[in-house]
Design a protein around this ligand. Structure first.
Ligand SMILES: *Cc1c(COP(=O)(O)O)cnc(C)c1O
Length: 400
């Protein structure tokens, strides 16, 4: 089966997804006949305004929120910045302490580090070997000065799903606001902001088959939050800038499609994921699965292979038409080992030899079969030339 050179196997859906044809179709009229500025008063503003309103309802419906609690912005990074800086600034008189975890996306971690330079203090909670945060640790970290707890719903590198409903309960019991970065969770983990006690939630269109540069922040009514982008009165005075109307319409359609049948979607992807995990671990020696065995995203398989470098794996897979990732996209560019894998207790060598395969809606069992044919060859070849590989028979047993 080698039509693969023609059709590359894309298994990097945690980095970004393709845009579904229905989404492109929904967006198209807003580039042409409905190009008007939704803030204007003349007739050209009517359809764009209706498109934005409908998208706000679609996003709200996916979260169990009301449309008035949904604010559009330019993506997951902006939503994370807005939630964390916005809560910190608006609640500074009450407190100056934030609780988060060591495995958050850099949009959260770097925002918290920035706040530390400006007088806030931040607790970065550890995780267990599977990447799970202990809700008991969250509770212990809360002080009289804590204004915000920020814990992601699901991790972008290892796919581990956090006990967010329990953490939200704890936050509310202590009268602390709870933010979750749900960028990887939309369409994979059912979200209900009420029962999960979520006050602020970040999402990003291009992670669920919508357009890039689109995102939203859910803000529970009554939450004290400073605005970050100042200017015109768009988004009910909370976020300035003429709306990205086609993007917003596309994201609305995309979230509706992504949350229509989460269970069916997960069942299909988990079957392929589990085949990948089972066969990689049984055919490739000195391999391990990173992340949680069961509490993980249905599309995520993350492995470590001893004695090899993740970057070399990626290049050799790319030469065979397979697109994957090592650690996060940002860490692979800097050659730093992933902060997430290190936080789960992996040694630097093991964190370096990691491979993330993230499945998506267009992947087939044939794609999985092709990866399972190529990957053992690639790892075998790299180990032959790796100075790190010990001679046969001298391999150290896997540390627990
Ligand atoms: C991709 C991602 C982001 C950033 O979203 P952008 O829309 O690309 O800015 C934030 N958090 C997580 C968990 C992500 O996976």
């Amino acid at each position: 089966m080698n039509d693969q050179a023609e059709r590359p196997v894309y298994m990097d859906h945690a980095a970004t997804t393709f845009i579904k044809p229905e989404v492109i179709a929904a967006m198209a009229p807003y580039f042409s006949q409905y190009f008007g500025n939704p803030s204007s008063l003349y007739r050209f503003a009517g359809e764009p305004r209706k498109g934005v309103d409908a998208a706000r309802e679609q996003v709200a419906a996916a979260l169990g929120a009301t449309p008035a609690e949904v604010f559009f912005c330019a993506g997951g990074s902006e939503a994370d910045n807005w939630a964390i800086k916005g809560v910190a600034l608006a609640n500074h008189k009450r407190g100056d302490h934030i609780v988060t975890t060591a495995i958050e996306h850099h949009a959260v971690l770097h925002t918290c580090e920035w706040l530390e330079k400006h007088g806030f203090s931040v607790t970065y909670l550890p995780v267990d070997t599977f990447g799970r945060v202990d809700p008991g640790d969250v509770e212990e970290a809360i002080t009289g000065r804590t204004v915000l707890i920020s814990v992601m719903t699901a991790n972008n590198e290892i796919g581990t799903i956090q006990p967010v409903a329990r953490i939200g309960r704890i936050a509310h019991d202590h009268d602390v606001l709870f933010h979750t970065d749900a960028v990887q969770a939309i369409g994979a983990v059912p979200i209900d902001v009420e029962s999960m006690n979520i006050d602020l939630l970040s999402l990003s269109g291009h992670k669920f088959y919508g357009p890039k540069g689109t995102g939203a922040l859910y803000v529970r009514r009554g939450t004290r939050l400073e605005n970050l982008v100042h200017g015109g009165g768009q988004e009910r005075g909370r976020r300035a800038g003429t709306e990205n109307v086609p993007g917003i319409v596309g994201m609305g359609k995309a979230i509706e499609l992504a949350t229509a049948d989460i269970e069916g979607h997960n069942r299909r992807l988990a079957a392929m994921r589990d085949r990948l995990i089972r066969e990689v671990l049984s055919t490739i020696p000195d391999s391990r699965l990173n992340g949680h065995p069961t509490e993980r995203l249905a599309n995520n398989a993350n492995f470590s292979f001893r004695y090899v470098e993740g970057e070399s794996i990626l290049l050799m897979l790319d030469a065979r038409g397979i697109c994957a990732s090592t650690g996060s996209a940002c860490s692979s560019a800097s050659l730093e080992p992933s902060h997430v894998l290190l936080a789960t207790g992996l040694a630097h060598e093991e964190a370096h030899g990691s491979l993330r395969l993230t499945l998506g809606d267009a992947n087939t069992e044939d794609d999985v079969g092709y990866v399972l044919e190529v990957l053992p060859e690639v790892i075998g070849r790299l180990r032959q030339i790796s100075p790190l590989t010990p001679p046969a028979g001298k391999r150290v047993p896997e540390a627990e």
